[in-house]
Structures are given as structure tokens and as C-alpha cells.
Design a binder for this molecule. Sequence first.
Ligand code: AP5
Length: 217
Amino acid sequence: MNLVILGAPGSGKGTQAARIAEREKIRHISTGDLLREAVAKGTAVGKQVAGIMAAGQLVPDDVVLELIREKLADAEERAKTNGWILDGYPRTARQAEALEEVLKTTGETIDAVIYIDLDPDVVVNRLSKRRTCVACKAVYHLVSNRPAIQGKCDACGGEIVLREDDKPETIMKRLEVYKKETLPVLSLYEKHHKVHRVDGSKPIEEVTSEIAGLIGV
Ligand code: AP5
């Protein structure tokens, strides 16, 4: 099963993508995670995008497209699982078109698109209270999804920190970029794919159950 999950920053895409991937034994491919990994490792791509990400802007289409192309074409990873869920990609109309081209080469199609709907006011609260594990990337929230031990990841014991781009002024910038660049992708997908809308304000488990019901798993 091949899925795309769309939604504003902080709407819960990463949280839900991880849960659906685990449940369905499919790959969770997050361009945000791939880019943050490149920044942390100090690769050439990482050096190119660090400032752009910290400012809440989108990195150039060609850079993310290359990451996605590599991941989707990776024969070893393809053999291990039966599909993927794309989280954070596509984010522009050009990325959506490029994805269709890549899928022609891999012989795959998108089975369903999930859109998590959430009020922008809730987004700001979620992101400013989000904490992320530096080691395994697990995501927490200081109120709704707290780790058992303060500051430590439940899954791996790693340190959990505020993401560089989760500062209030950067959150507002990311929302602005989302409205301008990424919302049009939703309209595009509504013309060509079945888009399942879910209410992202419900508790995490309920959102997962709703998604699972909608995509029939
Ligand atoms: P990326 O990492 O993709 O960030 P984003 O899209 O802004 O999304 P977030 O990760 O902030 O939020 P989310 O929707 O995953 O929410 P989460 O589940 O964590 O991208 C970061 C940057 O990388 C971009 O700004 C850009 O610079 C660059 N980039 C990435 N992809 C790119 C691309 N394709 N093109 C160009 N540039 C790209 O949840 C948020 C919080 O809420 C957490 O604390 C969580 O615990 C909590 N929460 C989740 N669900 C619920 C719920 N139902 N109830 C209560 N709390 C909840």
C-alpha cells in the first residue's frame, strides 16, 4: 500500500505516519527527517539546507526530489516492505508532478491520500510544546503525549529537545509557506486521487483508527 499524508505543520502527519507504517509494516518516508539527518551529519546537502529549514522556508524542489527518488528506488528497502507512506512530500505542485514521474519508473501508484485537517491556532500550541528525540526521532508533546521520564525518550532513552524550527516566529512562517505552496497540492490531489479527510483535533489513537477505517486496513 502506497500512501501520501498531507496537512499543515503540526497537524500530526509524522505521528500518524509512524503509527500507520508500524501497523501496516510499510516504510515511513519523511523528507523532514531525511533533511534533519543530513543537517546533523553535516553533509553537503545538510550544509545547503540548514539555514533554509531554520528560517521555516522550503528547501529547493530538486534537493528533496533527489532524496525521494533515492528512497523510492532503493531495491533493498523495497524488498523488505510492502509499500510506503510519504510524510512531508509533496509540498509544491512541482514536487507532486515530479513524484508522478518517479512512480512511472518504479511502476507504482498512490493508493490513497490522507489529509489531516487542523485549525492553525491548535498548530501553534502543538508545535511549541512538541519535543523530539535526537536519537530515534520519536515525537512527544509536553501535554498530550508526554514521555514517562521528563526529557528522556520512552523508546530509546535519548534526549528529547525542541526542534530548531519550532520557535513561535518560525512556526508562523512555516504556516504562511504551507498556505501558499502546499495547500494547492491538496486541490491538485483532489482532482486526481481519492483524498480522505480526517479531523486532526481528535486524540492520537482516534485519528489513527479513523485513518485505518478510511483506507480499509
Ligand atoms: P517537516 O519535518 O516535514 O515539518 P512539517 O511539515 O512542518 O510538519 P511537522 O513535523 O512540524 O508536524 P507534523 O504534522 O508531522 O506533526 P507531529 O506529528 O510532529 O519539515 C521541516 C522542514 O523541512 C520544512 O519546514 C522545510 O524546510 C523542510 N522540508 C521538508 N520536506 C520538504 C519538502 N518536501 N520540500 C521542501 N522542504 C521540505 O505532531 C506535532 C505535535 O502534536 C507533537 O508534539 C505531537 O505529539 C502532537 N500531536 C500529534 N497528533 C496529536 C493529536 N491528535 N492530539 C494531540 N497532540 C497531537
